[in-house]
Design a protein around this ligand. Sequence first.
Ligand code: SF4
Ligand code: SF4
Ligand code: FES
Length: 216
Amino acid sequence: MKLKLSIRRQDRFETFEVPYKEGMTLLDALKYIKEYIDPSLAFRQFCGAGICGTCAVNVNGFPKLICKEQALSYALEESPTVLEPLNNAEIVKDLVIDTSNMSHRIKAYKAWITPVENNLKINQELSKKIEEASDCILCYACQSFCPEVTDKDYAGPLFFAKLYRLFVDPRDREHDIRLLEAKDTLILHCLSCNKCNNACPKEVKPATLIRELLDS
Ligand code: SF4
Ligand code: SF4
Ligand code: FES
């Protein structure tokens, strides 16, 4: 059985056929192409285990971590599986995008905790929410799928998921000011369409977190 992949390479699509092996992931298929067919194919990967967030690409138009995406169902299809770089970012080459804008935005936001002086404790529910938001692996899937990110003023779902704690943790001296500012400006672009929730491979649910921030 052959897995057919149609890969966007700058302004064209190129189709490759990869012999399917049991347990193969889409990332394994790209590695096969790079090793045996075209060493110039560019894609990112590191952990191979859904942890580092570097391998996300669009698979038939939907963002996926391809190291966790089994190839079998795609190999059974007649038509090629289409792989494209994520949206809402500049393409560096083939499937590689430049997400440095987001890193700069997070750095510029001074995204660190300024602790209050007393030993304030937080309740279990809030602690759990902060923990769940911190599962974000910065894969950019939500950001690429958000229809509002094209508006340069909107920081996007990744920003609010990754920095969720800074808006809600009472142990941070700045949290209430940040929340007020965000509610006045940053978050208002969100359409609450839930696309980011659907795209997130780690169940972080950015749209739900954003709604909670707006309602708090
Ligand atoms: S819910 Fe908001 S942040 Fe999420 S994709 Fe829709 S507009 Fe973007
Ligand atoms: S919130 Fe989810 S989809 Fe968005 S960057 Fe984090 S892990 Fe990826
Ligand atoms: S290679 Fe690390 S998440 Fe896929």
